[in-house]
Design a protein around this ligand. Structure first.
Ligand code: DCP
Ligand code: CA
Ligand code: CA
Length: 364
């Protein structure tokens, strides 16, 4: 009997923010909008981390020295990076991704892979996500949509900035055949030159080579080139590890000995904890109250429920139970609340586009 391996058709989106650091600076500093700017460098030393699209017209690029950049574009404006701000936006966009799927693999602050195989149309989901990013952050992103990570990553660059490209299964082969090998993810400058020397200029040339030939010339990477030339790339989207616990705590200047005062503090801690959970799209089943006494003895009281909590009122209710469970043995110098047994918080608010598929005309 013949054996078939049936692999379900995957739908993978790669999303990448446009001129990320530079766009954030232009967003926050309106006087920089429409101007050539470089983030990270300075005219005399340093390296350009990000260049605005206006600066790219002059050939200014990431990783270029500030001096070279200034030569190319004499009126280039240099600005300092603000990593905390970029991290905040990064969390915000990760939050948007998680509204659609928990299968999100961040690659860096400004990009991620999403496995949206369960949706009727990945193309429409990508459009929705990009528009949500624009509304919620004021920034543009580009997306690539295809059957695996390799292809969607190439596709997200295709219509940059503020664009997207879908490579449905039927288009993959033709697309790759005419693609310059230098555009293949995983083929850097050195490999490109070697391939050119071997007469391999595009995907079609690459596909003509045997696996043995590629192994001989490129070692371990040979198998990878052999497969991706055929549009095969089985690497799954690897979701980010969920943290073990999320917690907040507070130390007092004066030790507190009354439960009533502690409840007041717990209220504001529950509020903080809720914010943190929402920000990281997490919820948890185990709640722990930590008490440090003025004699530096520490106590933790925990309870695991059936529900995943993220709401501050529910958290406060449970943590109060824990507080009153046992009398305080001394005055208190620190209290903390933490949640563990965490899970991703799924927000089921898909918008119209994904809810009402007109089955026949939906793109991939
Ligand atoms: N970055 C950096 N140093 C580099 C490359 C990038 O510090 N050598 C930072 C600044 C970028 C951010 O990472 O804004 C994202 O990098 P990308 O490669 O995605 O480039 P951009 O987002 O700037 O531009 P593009 O629109 O081409 O994605
Ligand atoms: Ca980017
Ligand atoms: Ca990027």
């Amino acid at each position: 009997m013949e054996e078939f391996t049936v692999t379900e058709q995957r739908k993978i989106i790669h999303i990448d923010m446009d001129a990320f650091f530079a766009s954030v600076e232009q967003l926050d500093h309106p006087e920089l909008r429409g101007k050539p700017i470089a983030v990270g460098g300075s005219s005399s030393r340093g390296v350009v981390a990000a260049a605005s699209y206006e600066a790219r017209v002059y050939g200014v690029r990431s990783a270029m020295s500030g001096i070279v950049a200034k030569k190319l574009c004499p009126h280039l404006i240099f600005t300092k990076p603000r990593f905390e701000r970029y991290k905040d936006i990064s969390k915000q966009i990760q939050g948007i991704f998680l509204e659609y799927t928990s299968m999100v693999e961040p690659l860096s602050l400004d990009e991620a892979f999403l496995d949206v195989s369960g949706y009727p149309s990945a193309t429409l989901i990508a459009e929705e996500i990009r528009s949500k990013i624009k509304i919620e952050t004021g920034l543009t992103a580009s997306a690539g949509i295809s059957i695996n990570k390799f292809l969607s990553k190439i596709a997200s660059d295709w219509n940059k900035p503020d664009g997207q490209k879908t490579l449905p299964p039927g288009d993959v082969s033709k697309f790759l055949e005419s693609l310059d090998v230098k555009k293949f993810h995983g083929i850097g400058k050195k490999t490109k030159l070697k391939m050119y020397q071997l007469g391999i200029f595009n995907g079609k040339d690459l596909k003509k080579q045997t696996e043995d030939f590629l192994n001989f010339h490129f070692g371990k990477a040979g198998k990878y080139y052999y497969e991706v030339a055929r549009g095969v790339h089985n690497s799954p989207v690897k979701p980010q590890r969920i943290p073990k616990s999320v917690g907040v705590e507070r130390t007092f200047e004066k030790n507190l000995s009354s439960e009533l005062f502690l409840v007041e503090k717990l209220e504001s801690l529950a509020d903080q904890l809720e914010k943190r959970l929402l920000k990281n799209k997490l919820s948890g089943k185990t709640i722990t109250l930590k008490i440090k006494y003025s004699d530096f003895k520490q106590q933790t009281r925990s309870k695991t429920g059936n529900l995943y909590l993220s709401n501050k009122d529910l958290i406060l209710e449970r943590v109060k139970d824990l507080l009153y469970q046992e009398e305080l043995s001394n005055s208190v110098r620190l209290i903390g609340i933490s949640l563990s047994s965490l899970n991703t918080l799924r927000v089921e608010n898909k918008t119209k586009l994904s809810k009402k598929p007109s089955q026949l005309s939906l793109p991939f």
